[in-house]
Design a protein around this ligand. Structure first.
Ligand code: DON
Length: 584
């Protein structure tokens, strides 16, 4: 059973992102030249005009679940600031969006304090247990096994509770008990199951069924809770109450920690009491990107998001005003910039506390100039000819802006949809399968097809490299303009790039920028991925004639973004999934 799931998850990109609304596998478009338009968005694109929009004159919250967005809005209206609201949303998401919202996983928050302009980056990524080792997932033939994806051995030491508590400790205004209370209530009293929730749990039924506590919690009669019923999670409510009463000691110590370790003993995992006790969220220095008069702040390692996106933006900036959206010229330049940036990502980036990361060089304009000089503007390069430059499903995002203009941009994940599928017995939360984000077999593709190197190999206590890219954008006037992020594995980086570039370079409204079709290139496999039906056939043919292998991959992502308007804030939720906003 696990083996079958492993094969599917490693081989099938659409399934593993679990974000795809349309059930359609990859396919390669025909290469015959096609008459008709060659730039812009295909009018038959399903999401034209479909982004979900919320308005607020003072403040705004957008999240992958409308229930969680309302929790955040209520906290703001009760006098909380953006960090209080984000913390409340984080805990609520662990209840109402258990495929990705979590306390058994990890994430990253970008925070901006309006009064001082201070920007902070908090890393609460999971870490390898102390018994972790470089080759722990290799089978006898040296191939990566499914054990980094499903089951207790796939779990890194969870960081989410340490992170949410730390961001609240440093910047929150309301008492912690008030901020976590909505999550406790939603877990204890339950919430109404809608079609989206029923389908989401049912789609991961086979994996959840493998583990008794997951079966009990998520598959009450062998299937997902039915639409229209109330879904209660009493064990999770007890765990959240322990966190309310004892702070981080309520999770990293006491009976919850005992339950995690007992689950490890039962299910063959490595997380030990000492690993839990040692876990710390870490403040990092944000990546700052200057792009056409704007300032973009994003996440440094242990996420690759900020550095890789900086490299893409810096390469693109030097091309001057960009060709029109959807044109083969633009898609080609973007593919070439992404190919080079991901090649560097996969070779150079890893946990900076364990590896030396050439961050300043990779994010410099001079380095982008040298990379841009290697791009033929008329023809594709081959990824296997690109050397690293120097010398030689399911995640979720929420964005919050409060009435003072403070902002939080948080991306958090269990990695796969429902993580490792293991629920901690008696404690009611899912554990991540983040260990698969390490190069479990350096030089071989992981479940996202990423081929990564030794810099991201497993070492005890090390954090696995992420692609999560929570970002904040200031306009040329220095004011907060945009808060943005999304799930989607490696496509996170290119999605966030696209939304920002669509607004800055192509003058799109935020709803149009989010709804617009997406392209992605990650070096290897050497292909340009396009969202099916988004681009004109003539543009796709043009791209192929420049030497690119083009693959349609359904649809991906769940951008949750906020933009400043003349009258306040506009919250935009990706029409591809089920999120929503709430402002006032
Ligand atoms: O940290 C990362 O890059 C991945 N664990 C994110 C996984 C993800 O976005 C899955 N959702 N589609």
């Amino acid at each position: 059973m696990i083996r079958a799931s492993y094969v599917v998850r490693r081989a099938s990109w659409p399934l593993l992102t679990a974000l795809l609304v349309a059930a359609c596998g990859p396919s390669t478009p025909t290469t015959t030249p096609v008459p008709g338009p060659t730039s812009g968005i295909n009018p038959s694109w399903a999401y034209n005009g479909k982004a979900r929009v919320a308005e607020g004159t003072k403040a705004m919250v957008v999240a992958g679940s409308p229930i969680a967005a309302q929790v955040g809005r209520d906290i703001l209206q009760a006098g909380g600031n953006a960090v209080d609201a984000a913390t409340a949303v984080g805990f609520a998401m662990a209840v109402v969006h258990p495929e990705a919202g979590n306390i058994g996983g990890g994430g990253f928050s970008m925070i901006r304090i309006a009064a001082t302009g201070e920007v902070a980056a908090l890393d609460y990524r999971e870490a390898a247990p102390s018994r972790g080792s470089r080759d722990m997932y290799l089978d006898l033939r040296g191939n990566p096994s499914d054990l980094s994806v499903t089951g207790a051995l796939a779990a890194g030491v969870p960081g989410a509770v340490a992170g949410l508590i730390e961001q609240h400790r440093k910047y929150g205004r309301l008492p912690f008990a008030q901020v976590i209370e909505p999550a406790i209530r939603l877990a204890r009293d339950g919430f109404l199951v809608d079609e989206y929730r029923q389908n989401s749990i049912e789609s991961d039924r086979d994996r959840l069924y493998l583990f008794p506590a997951s079966r009990r919690q998520f598959l009450p009669d062998g299937h997902a809770p039915r639409m229209g019923t109330t879904f209660k999670q009493p064990d999770l409510a007890r765990t959240l109450t322990a966190i309310r009463d004892s702070g981080r000691a309520g999770f990293y110590g006491g009976w919850v920690a005992d339950s995690i370790v007992a689950e490890m003993d039962r299910s063959g995992g490595f997380i030990a009491k000492a690993d839990l006790a040692a876990y710390q969220a870490k403040w990092r220095t944000p990546i700052k990107i200057d792009y056409r008069g704007h300032t973009i702040y994003s996440m440094p390692p242990a996420s690759s998001g900020g550095i890789t996106m900086a490299e893409i933006f810096n390469i693109m900036e030097g091309f001057g005003p960009l060709p029109p959206f959807g044109s083969p010229q633009l898609l080609h330049l973007e593919a070439e910039a992404m190919r080079r940036s991901f090649t560097d990502r996969n070779y150079y980036l890893g946990d900076p506390d364990f590896e030396s990361v050439p961050q300043a060089r990779l994010t410099s304009k001079a380095y982008a100039d040298s990379q841009r000089a290697t791009i033929n503007t008329q023809h594709a390069s081959k990824s296997d000819s690109i050397k690293p430059g120097i010398d030689g499903m399911h995640t979720t995002h929420y964005s919050v802006v409060d009435a003072e203009g403070n902002a939080v941009s948080t991306t958090t994940t269990l990695n796969n949809s429902y993580g490792s599928a293991v629920t901690v017995s008696g404690a009611g939360f899912l554990l991540n399968d983040e260990m698969d984000d390490f190069a479990t077999a350096p030089g071989k593709p992981n479940m996202y097809g990423l081929v990564q190197g030794e810099t991201n190999a497993i070492k005890p206590g090390k954090r696995m490299l992420s692609a999560m890219t929570p970002s904040l954008v200031l306009g040329p006037d220095g004011q907060l303009k945009l808060v943005v992020g999304t799930p989607g594995g490696p496509t996170i980086i290119t999605q966030v790039y696209h939304v920002i570039s669509n607004v800055i370079d192509h003058g799109m409204s935020l709803p149009d920028a989010v709804a617009a079709p997406r392209m992605h290139h990650q070096g290897l496999p050497d292909e340009v991925r396009l969202e099916r039906d988004g681009f004109y056939p003539g543009a796709v043919a043009g791209l192929q004639s420049m030497g690119h292998t083009v693959v349609y991959r359904g649809r991906w992502g769940d951008v949750e973004a906020i933009i400043r308007t003349a009258t306040g804030w506009e919250g935009v939720s990706d029409p591809r999934l089920g999120g929503g906003g709430a402002g006032y």
